[in-house]
Design a protein around this ligand. Structure first.
Ligand code: ADP
Ligand code: MG
Length: 729
């Protein structure tokens, strides 16, 4: 147990017992109990209103005002029965967090009484005073107001005493100010493009939706220790701290049993998630000590993204009930495994087909191959956009750091499918003989097994891996809102599928049979996208060299990765499919660049404070104790003995002097670099200045501090150490 040198330690020692007791019932009995789902809607709503909402969900139909009033009345009755007294429009502004402003149902009447009021107008639209949310200049240029609007495709829910209504957040002039709006637009775009390609194979398919299954990694640390680390409080990561003698090298945490305190916490998270209809299913220890993961069963992507945002909030809330803090930062501890959020993505039809799962017939597999190859081609053509979509100051610490996917985007598909694509690539162009086609269908396409065994050993080093029935985007950061990655993926695939349809139709117009045309186009795509496929070790240096030869980009930092968002191609792509206008895209770009340098600014200031107010004073205290001692020894001991036995102690004093001096000098230089960067007007240029001239000091200062941690008296050291933070008791 750490000694009394930390603030707030008493709190850690007197853990308040958790109020949580696992409910008696089965999960199936209370799953979704706090969600205004179909079951609740049926119970509380007139048939007409219910059908109207279902049409809005299935087909995007508008809900008229009269119906909205009926829905609102039903929602209020249901929510009040659940104990709700307030409601909020729940949205995801561009800060990456979730936002809510609670209003009471309660309203006084003229005659001195009060009623609970909630009508269609209040359900459908609200105007939060949102002037301090980031907007990238949109609302300055246009109109100062923004409003939230109900998203009927994601169900309302009750959290504590509040009815939460998922909404989009847009400027008065219609520009998106949130993460949900572009996601919804991309889902619509991919639906149209994919449904139209599905028509080649099955006329019954009327709608395609994207699916997402996220895997959330996080660290858990003791709350009192967290409060004793200003860097964790201010930045979410440790800016200093030497690796412990025992890190993850024994690999015992991954296999180890979950500590009792953590299990209690996990049980409560599961319970709370299930009440909210978040289908969390697996929980386990991760690679690093103190690191864990939760994963739900996949859902329709819009709902899954909302659920992930909600889940991140829940983690925070429930953790504090157990005297824990959750760290969602991608790299809270240097030298220890970082945290990601794998985004498992696929496309599913309204007829129940997973378009990225092979089937049992050649026809079904040609459908699978079409979506499979088009996804690879999309990734080949627009890998840069995915790199931009996962870029953040915190994820930069993880990408390419030898334990996470590299910053180079590539696609892993496994040897079985590689063989299939290699076969198809050999096809000759043009018409196929009936024999050739039969052979191809039977021996290549027909042979793709429904279960791809080879993918069970998944190449863990790939940023985008095909894992049997879905693609797994592993480069997404643990802190990220999944919507960036999902919007981008949907958009890229949309554009590719539209191109595919055009190319196939062109060949059909030239007299080719449909199947021949599809084979021909797929063959061309397989050839054209070959360089994005990589089956080897993505962590090795050899891959960096190889990737460079192939012309694949390795973009290790955020400001440069973000530049991919504002190329002519990107602008055209986002605009063409109605996902983001040029104005919206540029606004986002500005916000992300700003977010980057602000993040580094806070880290740099915090580190400066730590060094001046915590580290150096402790180092000097210890140095002066040692010096005092040496002076006394010098007076006491014969000179020869002093020289012979005290040299090592003198060395330590000297080393401390040197490190103190270097640390202080670097802090001064870092402050200068920051001052200079702060005079730069353009967000991009300022972000670059922070990246290139401020960020390097974070490492060089840390180096000196971590060395001092090794020599300064443990009693004197002012911060909880890694060995104390990482091992939960
Ligand atoms: P792991 O990668 O940890 O071995 P799984 O492969 O079983 O785990 O699943 C990881 C995630 O992928 C889960 O959230 C799961 O629901 C999700 N998943 C499975 N099938 C699909 C799909 N068709 N679309 C999207 N996500 C899926
Ligand atoms: Mg995974």
């Amino acid at each position: 147990m750490p000694t009394s040198r930390y603030l707030g330690l008493e709190a850690a020692l007197s853990h308040k017992p958790s109020v949580f007791a696992k409910p008696a019932g089965k999960a199936s009995e209370y799953f979704g109990a706090n969600v205004f789902n179909q079951k609740a809607m049926r119970e509380y709503m007139p048939k007409e209103a219910f059908e109207s909402v279902m049409k809005a969900i299935d087909r995007g139909d508008k809900i008229d005002r009269g119906i909205a009033d009926q829905v609102a009345t039903a929602m209020k009755a249901w929510a009040m029965a659940k104990g709700a007294s307030h409601y909020t429009h729940w949205f995801q502004p561009l800060t990456g967090a979730t936002a809510e402003k609670h209003d009471a149902f309660f309203e006084p009447t003229a005659d001195g009484y009060a009623i609970e009021k909630f009508n269609g107008g209040m359900l459908v639209q609200a105007e939060p005073d949102a002037s301090s949310f980031p907007n990238g200049g949109i609302r300055n240029t246009f109109e100062a107001r923004g409003y939230t609007a109900w998203d009927p495709t994601s169900p309302a829910f009750v959290l504590a005493d509040t009815l939460c209504i998922p909404t989009v957040f847009v400027a008065y002039t219609g520009e998106a100010l949130d993460n949900k709006t572009p996601l919804l637009r991309s889902l619509q775009a991919v639906d149209h493009a994919a449904t139209s390609v599905c028509q080649y194979f099955d006329k019954n398919i009327g709608k395609v939706h994207a699916t997402l299954g996220w895997e959330q990694e996080y660290f858990l640390i003791d709350e009192a220790l967290y409060h004793a680390r200003p860097d964790l409080v201010m930045t979410g990561r440790t800016l200093v701290g030497h690796s412990p003698a025992k890190g993850q090298q024994m690999e015992d945490h991954y296999f180890g049993s979950i500590p009792e305190r953590v299990i209690q916490f996990m049980r409560e998270i599961e319970f709370e998630s299930h009440l909210l209809g978040i289908p969390v299913k697996t929980r386990h220890n991760e690679v690093a000590p103190g690191q864990f993961e939760f994963a739900p069963i996949f859902e329709e992507a819009n709902v899954a993204v909302d659920h992930n945002s909600l889940f991140m909030d829940l983690l925070d809330k429930v953790a504090s009930r157990h005297n824990f803090r959750v760290l969602l930062h991608e790299k809270p501890f240097a030298g220890v495994n970082g945290s990601g959020k794998h985004n498992n993505w696929s496309l599913a039809t309204d007829t129940g087909i997973n378009l990225l799962a092979p089937g049992s017939t050649p026809k079904r597999n040609l459908l699978f191959l079409s979506f499979f190859v088009n996804t690879i081609k999309a990734m080949h053509d627009r890998a840069d956009l995915i790199r931009a979509a996962i870029a953040s100051a915190s994820n930069d610490h993880r990408l390419g750091a030898n334990e996470a996917p590299p910053a180079i985007i590539s696609v892993f598909i496994g040897s079985q499918l590689t063989e299939v694509l290699d076969e198809l690539e050999k096809l000759e162009s043009g018409k196929m003989s009936p024999e050739k086609k039969t052979e191809l269908k039977l021996n290549v396409v027909g042979k793709i097994p429904e279960i791809l065994l080879d993918n069970t050993d998944r190449n863990r080093t790939s940023p985008f891996a095909f894992t049997g029935n879905k693609f797994e985007l592993r480069a997404v950061g643990s802190l990220a809102n999944c919507s960036h990655a999902m919007t981008t993926l949907n958009l890229m695939v949309t554009d590719q599928l539209i191109q595919f349809k055009k190319d196939v139709d062109a060949q059909i117009a030239q007299g080719l049979k449909k199947d021949d045309a599809i084979f021909n186009v797929l063959k061309d795509y397989i050839k054209a996208s070959k360089k994005i496929r990589f089956e080897g070790d993505g962590y090795g240096d050899a891959w960096k060299e190889e990737a460079e030869k192939r012309g694949l980009k390795n973009t290790p930092d955020t400001p440069r990765a973000l530049d991919f968002l504002v190329t002519k191609d990107a602008e055209g792509l986002f605009e063409k499919h109605g996902v983001l206008s040029k104005v919206e895209l540029h606004a986002r770009y500005e916000i992300l660049q700003e977010e980057y340098f602000k993040h580094l600014q806070i880290e740099s200031r915090t580190l400066g404070d730590l060094v001046h107010n915590h580290i150096i004073p402790s180092a000097i205290k210890y140095q002066s104790v040692m010096s005092e001692n040496l002076l006394r020894l010098k007076a006491l001991l014969p000179e020869a003995t002093f020289k012979k036995t005290c040299k090592e102690q003198l060395d330590i004093i000297e080393e401390l002097s040197e490190r103190i001096s270097k640390a202080l000098r670097h802090v001064e230089e870092m402050t200068e670099a920051r001052k200079k960067a702060n005079t730069i007007e353009s967000a991009r240029e300022r972000a670059l200045a922070y990246c290139d001239t401020v960020k390097p000091f974070l490492s060089s200062i840390r180096y000196e501090v971590d060395k001092m941690e090794l020599i300064v008296d443990n009693e004197t050291w002012p911060l909880p150490k890694y060995r104390e933070l990482l091992y939960i008791r």
